[in-house]
Design a protein around this ligand. Structure first.
Ligand code: PLP
Length: 482
């Protein structure tokens, strides 16, 4: 089990900071205090959330925020960027060492931004560069109007193949509501109807037929490992670029839980990630890539990004330094072990799990067996002090809004020090609440997809049981705001 962060040395820093903030805008100082209380007092099972260390958090509240530094290390469009250079170089060096990557671009402000940077780098490398070469031009500004219009059409005519949303893929993997779906013609691959697992033969068949420029692997709600060596084979076979979005499971890669074929970095041309989920850093994004894409990736700002956030890049450096310590491997392994405990605890008590279990940090419950929608389950659990999020399951009859699933993950509570006993108890509490919840009738008659009741006493009983678990495993022990 990993050690929870010691908060005692940060108490004075936060007390003073809140006094400074409160003197200007007390509403905000109060909101900051309340957020800590809320985080401390809820059983946070949202698979994409975590708790960053006081060192990571404090790094963000500094004057590194006040500097403009468009450009890259040593090549800025603004003067006096020496400290931002230090910060960005440190973050990139730590990232390269942590993941064994040849290039790291640490400027993206979020995971979505990292994906946009990656998509445009792939288009620049594979579509724009050959067009420039054919026209004998070095730069897009050198193209005549005819060649430029032809290039614009070619850029808009490319294909991307990603995991379907209901199988656990992400909106930014070419789906219509996101800009990626407007940039690319999109097709998707799903999971096997019986096993719920990714069917690589089907991915291969779809790729052969669809011939994407970009094959995207990675997910937000698939509870299993993905074989990236196989995905690369498929990409090579059809001449596609393999892009892996490891936003959710980057911590398991950094912590060497996912190695060999399951580590995306040696296999993918481009890897994107967030830094705040299982990786436990500041809210932000990053792109790792093979040398072919490095120059284009580095043009992310100003191609699609605003100026880099020096304070956040600094916090990324701090988080990556933490992740390079042996303790982080212990943490990452505990995240995965705890997910197995949680899954087994739920399955043993009769809950249906998508794919039957987990090999990563998350578990996807099919709550239809309780006669509930994901929305009702999420709300009843929240009433009881258990924070989860509803999530579609493959071929979900209730659609993406009400859903039939609930997604839970172990990164946050493992950071608090939860181990096997605590996660088994958590499974028990979840089952108690779901068993005690029933849908109520809709105004139009028939069962409502949103309304529900929980049997008397269960909410209070669960809240106090959750409180007991949380007090035994405090968040930032010793951190006292006074
Ligand atoms: C969370 C997530 C993102 C988006 O990250 P943001 O930082 O919220 O922009 C992108 N891709 C995947 C797979 C994710 O899970």
């Amino acid at each position: 089990m990993s050690q929870p962060f010691d908060g005692s040395t940060a108490s004075a820093a936060y007390r003073n900071a809140l006094e400074v903030i409160g003197a200007v805008e007390p509403t905000i100082a109060d909101a900051i205090r309340s957020e800590l209380t809320d985080q401390r007092e809820s059983l946070k099972l949202i698979a994409s959330e975590n708790y960053a260390s006081p060192a990571v958090l404090l790094t963000m509240g500094t004057w590194l925020s006040d500097k403009y530094a468009e450009g890259t290390v040593g090549h800025r469009f603004y003067a006096a960027c020496q400290n931002i250079d230090t910060v960005e170089q440190a973050a990139a060096d730590h990232a390269k060492a942590l993941f064994g990557a040849s290039h790291a671009y640490v400027q993206p402000h979020s995971g979505i931004d990292a994906n946009l940077v990656a998509f445009w780098a792939i288009l620049a490398q594979r579509i724009e560069a050959p067009a420039l070469a054919a026209a004998g031009a070095k730069h897009v500004n050198d193209l005549d109007e005819g060649d430029w219009q032809q290039l614009r059409r070619a850029l808009g005519d490319q294909r991307a193949l990603g995991m379907s949303l209901d199988a656990g893929g992400h909106l930014t993997h070419g789906f219509r509501p996101n800009i990626s779906g407007k940039m690319f013609h999109q097709s998707s691959y799903g999971t096997d109807e019986n096993t719920g697992l990714l069917d690589y033969d089907k991915v291969r068949a779809t790729a052969r037929e669809f011939k994407p420029l970009v094959l995207i692997a990675g997910y937000s709600a698939y509870p299993r490992k993905v074989n990236f060596a196989t995905m690369r084979e498929i990409a090579d076979e059809v001449g596609a670029v393999l892009m892996v979005d490891m936003a959710h499971f980057a911590g398991l890669v950094a912590g060497k839980v996912f190695t060999g074929d399951y580590d995306p970095v040696p296999h993918a041309h481009v890897v994107t990630t967030t830094t705040h989920k299982s990786l436990r850093g500041p809210r932000g994004g990053m792109v790792l890539c093979q040398p072919e894409f490095a120059d284009s990736v580095d043009r992310g700002c100003p191609m699609v990004l605003g100026g880099p956030l020096g304070n956040v890049m600094a916090a990324k450096a701090v988080a990556f330094a933490e992740a390079r310590r042996p303790e982080f491997r212990t943490y990452a392994q505990a995240v995965a072990d705890n997910a197995v405990t949680l899954a087994e605890g739920l399955a043993r008590r009769g809950v249906t799990l998508v794919t039957g279990g987990t090999e990563n940090h998350l578990v996807l419950l099919d709550v239809s067996g309780f006669g509930l929608t994901g929305r009702q389950a999420e709300s009843a659990l929240l009433d009881s002090g258990i924070v989860t999020n509803r999530n579609a399951i493959p071929r979900d009859p209730n659609g993406a809004w009400y859903t039939s699933g609930v997604r839970i993950g172990t990164p946050a509570l493992t950071s608090r020090g939860f181990g096997a006993a605590e996660f088994d108890r958590t499974a028990e509490l979840i089952v108690d609440v779901l068993t005690a919840t029933s849908p109520t009738a809709a105004a139009s008659g028939g069962a409502s997809k949103a309304k529900y009741t929980v049997a008397d006493g269960v909410v209070d009983k669960t809240r106090s049981a959750a409180h007991e678990l949380l007090t035994a495993n405090p968040l930032y022990p010793g951190l006292d705001l006074g």
